[in-house]
Ligand binder design. Structure first.
Ligand code: ADP
Ligand code: MG
Length: 557
C-alpha cells in the first residue's frame, strides 16, 4: 500500500469541502452521479467504435446503495473505470484547475460561492463523508485498484479485487452533530428526492433498492414488505421532454446543473424541430456577461449532442458572433457520432441548424423587448455592445437581424429607446434620425449642437459607447431614414429665426485672426447661425465626426 499527499491546491479545496457550511450539501450526489454518467458515456463511445467491446444496453447503469448499519452510501457504475495512474491523477489533482485561481481569499473562506458557481466535482464527497473509498477497474487494465482518503492529509492506493469494469465509491458518512444530520443521506425517500431533483435526465438508469409493500394481503392479512430494485430517474433528457411538462424552475435548474453561468438565465428557448432537419435545442440568454466575455479568452459555443450523446462541449459553428452570449445545447439525430471538428464546419445540417436557431434567438429577444422591457434592458446592459459589434464587424450584413434589437438613450424620453420607437414618432417633415456622440449623457447635454437640434423639437439619440457611431455608419439607414450627427454641417433643419447682425464681410478680419491664432488646429473659422447659449462650437466636414476621429486616433497602429 502506498501513501501519498495531495497537491497543494487540491488540499486547499479539500479542506474547504471538509469544513464547508454550505447548506446544499446534497449536491455531492449530483457530482458523483454525473461522474458515473460521464464514465459510462466514455465506455459507450468506445464500444461504438471498437468491435472488440461488446456491451448491451442493460449493462450501463448507476447504482446507489445505502447501508444504515455501516453508515455508508455506495455509488457504483459500469463506466470505463480508472487505472492506477488515473485514480492518482484524476482524484489527486483538482480537476477544474483555474476555478480557484481567480477567487480571492475571503471568497475562498466562505466556500459557498465556489461550490455554487463551479461545482467541485469529486471532492464534494468530503462535504458529507469522513472516508472516501474508490475501487475501480479500468477497461484498459486487468488489475483493479483501491484509492482511499480520510481527508486533506493524503490518500492511499493499493491493488484490489474487483471483477467488473467500472467504479465503486463508498462514502462513510460523517457523524451526526447538533446541527448536522448526515443520516438523511441514508434515507431512501430523501435519496430518491435528491436523484430526481438533480439527476433526472441522466441517460442511464440510476437504480436503488427500495422497500415496497405487496399490493395484496398475505394469508395472515398483512401486506408483506420486500425490497425491489427500482430505476429512480426518468432518463429522458429535459430537451426531449414536452415544453408543457416543464416549469421555469426546471429550465433554471438545468442551467445551474450544466453550469452554463453563475447567474440565473433571463430567458430560455426550447425548440423541437421535426422536418428536413431534426433537432432539439434548449438555449439560454444569460442575465450577466461572464467576467471574460469581452476578452479574447471567451469562447462561444453550445453543447452539441448526437442523439443524446455529447459530441462537443463548445460547438462554435452553431452561433454567430453577435449571439455569442447564448448558452445551451443542440441535439440532432442527423449528426454522426464520429464527426470531426473539421467536418462539422462544412456540415450542411449544422449550417441549417445554425440559421434556424439564430432566427429563434432573434425572435425571442424581440419578444422580450416587446413584452418584458425591464428584462430586455438588463440583457442589453450586458450584451448590447456585442450586438453593436455585430453590426459593425459584418459591414452591415446582419442589419436585418440586429437593427431592431438596438437601443439608445433618447434626449426626449430620458431612457433607452429602440430605432423603431424613434422612427414611429418622427414628424412628417423630419428627414433624419439625429444622434449626438460623447463620453456621457451629461457631456452630450452640454454640446451646443445638441441644444440647437433639441430646441427645434427633435429627438436625439445619445451615442455614449465607442462602438455606437461606427455601428450606425454600417447600418446607414433605418426604415429608409438616414442617421445624422447633430454636429454635421447639413442638418436638414431650417433655422431661420435667427438674425445675424454682422455680415460676413464685417467679421472677416476677426475670423482670420482666430484662425491664425489657432495655427492649423482647425481648418476654418466660420460664422454660425446655429448657436443658442454657447459662444462657439466645433464641427466637422465629411463622414468622420470628431468623436470617431478621437477613437481612431486612440487605436494602436
Ligand atoms: P470533472 O467531472 O469536472 O472532470 P471531477 O472532480 O468530478 O471533475 O472528476 C475528476 C475526474 O475523475 C473526472 O474527470 C474523471 O476522469 C475521474 N472520475 C471521477 N469519477 C469517476 C468515475 N466514476 N469513473 C471514472 N472516472 C471518474
Ligand atoms: Mg464531475
Amino acid at each position: 500500500m502506498e501513501t501519498k499527499e495531495f497537491k497543494a491546491e487540491s488540499k486547499r479545496l479539500l479542506e474547504m469541502m471538509i469544513n464547508s457550511i454550505y447548506s446544499q450539501r446534497e449536491v455531492f450526489l449530483r457530482e458523483l452521479i454525473s461522474n458515473a454518467s460521464d464514465a459510462i458515456d466514455k465506455i459507450y463511445y468506445r464500444a461504438l467504435s471498437d468491435d472488440a467491446i461488446t456491451f448491451h444496453k442493460e449493462d450501463y447503469y448507476i447504482k446507489i446503495k445505502a447501508d444504515k448499519q455501516k453508515r455508508t452510501l455506495t455509488i457504483t457504475d459500469s463506466g470505463i473505470g480508472m487505472t492506477k495512474e488515473e485514480l492518482e491523477n484524476n482524484l489527486g489533482t483538482i480537476a477544474k484547475s483555474g476555478s480557484l485561481a481567480f477567487k480571492n481569499e475571503t471568497e475562498l473562506k466562505d466556500g459557498h460561492d465556489i461550490i455554487g458557481q463551479f461545482g467541485v466535482g469529486f471532492y464534494a464527497a468530503f462535504m458529507v463523508a469522513d472516508v472516501v473509498t474508490v475501487t475501480s477497474k479500468s477497461l484498459d487494465n486487468s488489475i483493479a485498484y483501491k484509492w482511499q482518503s480520510k481527508g486533506a492529509d493524503g490518500y492511499t492506493i493499493e491493488e484490489a479485487a474487483k471483477e467488473q469494469v467500472g467504479t465503486e465509491i463508498v462514502l462513510t458518512l460523517k457523524e451526526n452533530s447538533e446541527e448536522d444530520h448526515y443520516d438523511e443521506f441514508l434515507d431512501e425517500y430523501r435519496l430518491k428526492q435528491i436523484i430526481k431533483k438533480y439527476s433526472d435526465f441522466i441517460r442511464y438508469p440510476i437504480k436503488m433498492d427500495v422497500s415496497v409493500s405487496a399490493p395484496e394481503q398475505d394469508d395472515n392479512g398483512e401486506f408483506a414488505e420486500f425490497v425491489e430494485e427500482q430505476t429512480i430517474n426518468s432518463m429522458v433528457p429535459i430537451w426531449r421532454k414536452n415544453k408543457s411538462e416543464l416549469t421555469d424552475e426546471d429550465y433554471e435548474r438545468f442551467y445551474e446543473d450544466k453550469r452554463y453561468g453563475f447567474d440565473k438565465p433571463l430567458t430560455h428557448i426550447h425548440v423541437g424541430v421535426d422536418g428536413a432537419i431534426r433537432y432539439n435545442a434548449i438555449l439560454y440568454v444569460p442575465e450577466k456577461a461572464p467576467f471574460d466575455y469581452y476578452s479574447k479568452e471567451y469562447e462561444k459555443g453550445v453543447e452539441l449532442y448526437s442523439n443524446g450523446v455529447l459530441i462537443m462541449e463548445k460547438c462554435a459553428d452553431l452561433l454567430p458572433d453577435y449571439f455569442s452570449f447564448v448558452k445551451g445545447l443542440v441535439d440532432s439525430e442527423d449528426l454522426s457520432l464520429n464527426i470531426s471538428r473539421e467536418m462539422l464546419q462544412h456540415d450542411r445540417q449544422l449550417k441549417k441548424i445554425e440559421k434556424n436557431i439564430t432566427k429563434k434567438i432573434k425572435g425571442q429577444l424581440k419578444t422580450l423587448l416587446k413584452d418584458e422591457r425591464e428584462k430586455y434592458e438588463a440583457f442589453y446592459q450586458s450584451f448590447g455592445r456585442q450586438l453593436k459589434f455585430g453590426v459593425y464587424n459584418d459591414f452591415g450584413a446582419n442589419k436585418e437581424m440586429l437593427e431592431d434589437l438596438l437601443l439608445f438613450y433618447s434626449s426626449k424620453e430620458k431612457k433607452l429607446v429602440s430605432l423603431d420607437e424613434y422612427v414611429s414618432k418622427m414628424a412628417d417633415e423630419q428627414k433624419y434620425i439625429y444622434y449626438a456622440t460623447g463620453e456621457s449623457i451629461e457631456r452630450i447635454n452640454k454640446l451646443p449642437q445638441t441644444e440647437l437640434v433639441a430646441d427645434e423639437g427633435y429627438e436625439i439619440l445619445y451615442f455614449t459607447d465607442d462602438i455606437d457611431e461606427f455601428a450606425i455608419k454600417m447600418l446607414r439607414v433605418y426604415k429608409d431614414k438616414e442617421f445624422k450627427s447633430v454636429s454635421s454641417s447639413d442638418l436638414g433643419i431650417n433655422v431661420n429665426d435667427k438674425e445675424t447682425t454682422e455680415t460676413e464681410e464685417e467679421v472677416k478680419p476677426l475670423l482670420q485672426f482666430m484662425k491664425d491664432a489657432l495655427n492649423g488646429k482647425v481648418k476654418d473659422v466660420k460664422i454660425s447661425t446655429r448657436l443658442k447659449s454657447h459662444p462657439v462650437c466645433l464641427s466637422t466636414e465629411g463622414e468622420l465626426t470628431i468623436e470617431m476621429e478621437k477613437i481612431l486616433n486612440a487605436m494602436p497602429d
